[in-house]
Ligand binder design. Structure first.
Ligand code: NAI
Ligand code: MG
Length: 320
């Protein structure tokens, strides 16, 4: 019995996650789902966005389906998303950029780097430490190399010309790639951002540090129709969390216009993770057929609502 924790979160999470969950439940009626409330809304009501009890619930799941959480740029508020990734030790954030001729997988280090949470504020200075460890780099590099081995090659996105912390990251990644016998090139992240957009065919698996992976994947969304399209998996030794790359999108929340494809594809990644690649492929194929039939949300130029798009995918999944 696969136990799936469902966190809608905030904003459009309340719209796209129910769609993804219904599709999961349709292809795997044997899954057990349970809701977990986490987020800014909860913090506003109770002063706590994600406590120890909540973490225990998340730990008890075989997989987590996650929406998005609003994070205000408030120095006193710690990002819950970062807390969960950190506490569950979800070290590899896997972000496939796929569609048309584009087939790239960004593997983002997910527990350290500039998002290590080591920060302090003084009256006229605010500091954030960028921590890169050998262990943290090794495990994400190993994950990326295993992936690249069944694909083509690996690119290490970095800024080692300026950041000492990235000299270590590149060194470790190159060593892991050599050990795994994976062709590997190091590229500076700024030039890499442009080159990925201009020549996506040159890229296959890209491994990089936390913030660079965050920025590169949002930019690369341009290649495949925008943020509404990108799913992700957050993988650790013991836990796994699946979420759209996008955030809570307060500008469009509550209007039934959010694109649920990123969330549905995240559910497909969850299916693959728990050992059901056939169901994952069926869900992805159903999404493709619905889009090809011209049923699209406004971000893709269509007029379908979030729920209508979801219902169309459910019908396709049922058709098999
Ligand atoms: P965002 O990804 O929420 O939105 C960026 C833009 O893309 C907006 O114009 C939005 O309307 C559009 N967009 C995003 N998802 C869409 C979808 N499924 N369909 C159609 N359009 C979509 O990023 P933003 O605005 O920077 O952040 C909003 C909030 O979300 C912030 O509080 C931020 O901290 C949080 N956030 C949370 C994340 C998470 O929980 N993992 C990730 C990124 C942001
Ligand atoms: Mg982001």
């Amino acid at each position: 019995m696969v136990k799936v924790a469902v966190v809608e979160g905030d904003g459009i999470g309340h719209e796209v996650i129910p769609v993804a969950r219904d599709i999961l439940a349709a292809v795997r009626p044997d899954f057990e789902f349970f809701d977990v409330e986490v987020g800014y809304g909860l913090w506003e009501r109770t002063g706590c966005a994600c406590g120890e009890e909540t973490m225990a619930e998340l730990r008890s799941a075989d997989a987590i389906l996650f929406g998005a959480i609003t994070t205000p740029p408030d120095p006193d508020y710690r990002s819950v998303v970062l807390q969960i990734r950190h506490d569950l030790d979800l070290y590899a954030n896997v972000r496939p950029i796929q569609g048309g001729d584009v087939d790239i997988v960004i593997v983002r280090e997910n527990t350290e780097g500039l998002y290590s949470g080591i920060e302090w504020t003084e009256p006229d200075r605010a500091c954030t430490a960028r921590v890169v460890t050998r262990r943290g780099s090794e495990r994400v590099a190993r994950y990326a190399c295993t992936l690249a081995k069944s694909r083509r090659h690996l690119t290490v996105g970095n800024k080692a010309n300026v950041l000492k912390s990235d000299c270590l990251f590149v060194e470790v990644c190159m060593a892991e790639a050599a050990r795994a016998n994976v062709p590997c090139t190091a590229r500076y992240i700024d030039a890499l951002c442009l080159d990925v957009l201009m020549h996506p065919d040159r890229y296959d698996v890209i491994v990089t540090t936390n913030i660079f992976g965050d920025i590169l994947s949002d930019a690369a969304a341009y290649l495949v129709g925008g943020l509404g399209m990108l799913p992700s998996a957050n993988i650790g030794e013991r836990h796994a969390l699946f979420e759209p790359v996008h955030g809570s999108a307060p500008d469009i929340a509550g209007q039934n216009i959010a694109n649920p494809i990123a969330a549905i594809r995240s559910a497909a990644m969850l299916l693959r993770h728990v050992g059901d690649p056939a169901a994952a492929a069926a869900v992805e194929e159903a999404v493709r057929r619905v889009v090809d039939a011209g049923i699209r949300t406004p971000d893709l130029g269509g007029t379908a609502g979030t729920r209508e798009f979801g219902a169309a995918v459910l019908r396709e999944v049922g058709r098999g």
